[in-house]
Design a protein around this ligand. Sequence first.
Ligand code: NAD
Length: 352
Amino acid sequence: MAVFDHPEFDNHEHVAFYHDEEAGLSAIIAVHNTNLGPALGGCRMWPYINSAEALNDVLRLSKGMSYKAAMANLKLGGGKSVIIGDPRKAKTPQMMTAMGKFVDSLGGKYFTAEDSGISVTDLQLMAEQSDYIAGVKAQYHFAGEQPDGNPAPSTAYGVFVGLQAAVKYALNRDLTGVKVAIQGMGHVGFRLAKHLSDAGAQLFVTDIYPEGVERAVNELGATAVAPQDIYALDVDVVAPCAMGASINDETLPTIKAKVIAGAANNQLAREEIGDTLRQQGILYAPDYVINAGGVIDIYHQRMETSTNEALRTHIEQIGETLNEIFERADKEHKATNRVANVIAEERFAHKG
Ligand code: NAD
């Protein structure tokens, strides 16, 4: 299988393949760039149809982590790992133990954490084999929630801070009475809704499952909306907090909001959509910048010493970083996603 001439290969420093027949583990770790520090990125377990698909994903995702870490002012690089298999059917404790040994074999060049298909319990098994497992314990928390290693509260708070900055920049107002449509009432979406409600925003929410929506309607006074209608609402902000590629050729022409600011990864179906958003006067908060609260949280949990306040202050920098991007995008007449990529590359190209 070709790696160096793979379309997603981007001068990755290290790509390691691992197979443990007894444990039933086939996995790949990709380390994209460690100029700023050791690579951090979650471990994803997915029923890839073949190893080529898994390689494609790990190369792409590890590169994305270099950008996210650099923009979050972390002394970390980008990496990712993938396990080939269905997490609901094929996962065993032996497999997680073997994965821990694989991570350990890179000697600290790569730290893993949670991603799709991998739970805190899985990470705890890996952590018995390696010191390079993040997201298994939490000591710090920016707010009152009980720390448990789940980064969603920090992600939601970062998205809230970023959304506030985007509204201030685009509409020159605070959040009182601002209409926000949120797609996805999951771990991040619901918490974001709570912050926005506390700040006086008017909420419109949707999900493909009713529980989160009902909670937002009952507890936060939100208005429930059908999933297919969420992007076309006459609102000020849309917040994609469900899956990727939700800003696409279908939704783009229907968007009336002047701000897009949400938690989902890879929100734009293509980079060029960012150019169209700019032409249409819609301010887009680049996804990997605004949703970095979770990775900032994991970073602080790994620090020898930190504090709740230090974590909060670090998450709040997301607002300042977004302002830097918005200003530079206007000055250079470029899309915000393209400006974010350039700033990240400037940062991680240089040794920290
Ligand atoms: P989650 O699975 O808890 O919530 C996602 C919600 O979206 C679910 O309730 C799901 O039913 C809903 N959904 C899926 N498809 C939908 C559709 N078509 N229309 C409406 N609702 C739909 O996930 P989460 O942890 O809240 O993360 C939300 C997004 O943010 C994901 O894209 C995730 O990759 C990204 N993200 C999360 C974190 C984190 O800390 N959890 C960090 C960075 C990025």
